[in-house]
Design a protein around this ligand. Sequence first.
Ligand code: PEP
Ligand code: MN
Length: 638
Amino acid sequence: MILVLEKGITQQKKSQLKSILAEQGCMVHEPGGSGQNILGVIGKNSLTREFLIAQEGVADVVPISTAYKLVSRQMKKEDTIIKIGNVEVGGNKITIIAGPCAIESREQAMIIAKEVKKYGATLFRGGAFKPRSSPYSFQGLEEEGLKILAEVREVTGLRVVTEITSPMHADLMMKYVDVIQIGARNMQNFELLKCAGRMGKPVVLKRGLASTIEEWLMSAEYIAAEGNTNIILCERGIRTFEPYTRNTLDLSAIPVLKQLTHLPVLIDPSHATGIREKVAPMSRAAIAAGADGLMIEVHHKPEEALSDGPQSLYPKQFGRLIRDIYVIAPVVGKQLIHDYTGYSAASPGSLSAESGKSREGKRVVYLGEQGTFSHKAAMQYFSSDVENYPVPSFRDIFENVKSDAAAFGIIPIENSLAGSIHENYDLLLEYELFITGELSLRVVHNLIAHQGVKIEDVKQILAPPPAFQQCRRFLDANPDMKIVPVNATGSAVKRISESGNMEDAAIGSVEAAELFCMTVLEEAIEDNPRNFTRFVVIEKQMAQEGIKNKSSIVFSTSNKPGSLFEVMKVFSENQINLVKLESRPIHGKPWQYMFYADLETDLTDSSASTDNVIKAIEQNTEFFKILGSYNCGNKRTE
Ligand code: PEP
Ligand code: MN
């Protein structure tokens, strides 16, 4: 049962209610995160609705109709986000777990861990206790394997995942690893499930070889019933009559689970297909279908692997796949992030860097109100313990970062339909702040209004100018609607919500409509569905660690023939790919221009060749500034 509590119920009344329920032998659960004040109550001898509704502080009683309770979506509407060090699994983020089937040696584990980290994995996997079909096959290095996993974590900063095959190994697992995996063969080993629940560590629960989704969720319930809801479901293929692949990957489980449970869902295409060539296509499909991430087997010498070599990707293949995932994720509203600020949910960071970087009080400022695309970008880029804070203008974002009121700013810089956001280019030049990361967000615009408003009633539409530019065709088709510019989509939706005016509509995201209790009158009104906005993260310091494969610069040249060509020649001679070039007028100097360029290179590494490039650019420019070198996940790392 779900108890909906009275608004404003005091903490004391809530505690009293909880102890009454405990006396009745009930398990009481607070799902948390939800705006509503609710309690989940599970009793062995089901209590009557009459009894529950009669209790002080209870406003309503809603039964949970499924056999599983704690893991059901009815118990908790919001997605569960599981924190493993800096890494968050679930929500809008894509998590990649990668590594060999089994830990075979220290050297093998280290080589593979470094490779998969380079390409974007944030958790490292490797079996130490291997459940093999044959007792004569390699069974794993056991405790030695766990020690190697702990060492991998020390060296790479990647948190580690391994399979537990018996409750007897619980103490060892507690000592060495961050996440435990319950394998397909053990999905209904109830003693092991209970043990995993008691251990309290995050659990990857694989689907059994011949288990229904309901049986799988009941197994998750076993873990949750012990007080541990940090459960990641992992579909890894089921037994069917089809022999061409090792198992049959049930991708339809993703949308089914998304409806039934709040737990994150990963896909393991390696065990599902058993064939290296099939891993990438199924991974891409999994992300498109809404999975929260992937678990992939990778080996640097798969032909010599002691188990599952034929399904293991070579590191470079893995890298290519992750590039595709980076591109696909925003289409379905998710994000795979390579961030080296150390504050992203996907940033593994080194353990020492992590402890050195206190997240407490760290803040990212964004434009507008909650529910703007900037807000979404901030939430997707940073982990949930970085506080999001809205400000009314782009200049305010720069001012807040400059004055240390916020550690980070996030600003839109370019839209694929409407072009550059020039104000931000000018501000980047004006302020001594640096670009440290970027992300691309798919922007789906909706016409939003009050419940009951019909499209023909709408007299004016509120939105920021870029949104009008992106929805030109819709506006041309509705010439009677007056356009009213505001600073951000979230602000537009908030304003019509507060005014209560039934003739007003706003352009904004589905999230903004939900946030301000409005409805979507017309979905997807942007001119072209390939509508992406690129955001950049700004900070006071340049990005320090990690891969930086993109640099943004600004420069001016002298007013003589071929001066821009001379700068381009530096890029050409040094094999540096130019991905963007844009000119902006120099304020106060009519008809003179600054050039903004994005290059596929790191201009902050301390190599001699980079030094020469910088010197050559300086020699050919009158003004030159590096706006930042940062990681763009979609760039080659080799
Ligand atoms: C594994 O991930 O190494 C494994 C054995 O998986 P499954 O339990 O899905 O077969
Ligand atoms: Mn395996």
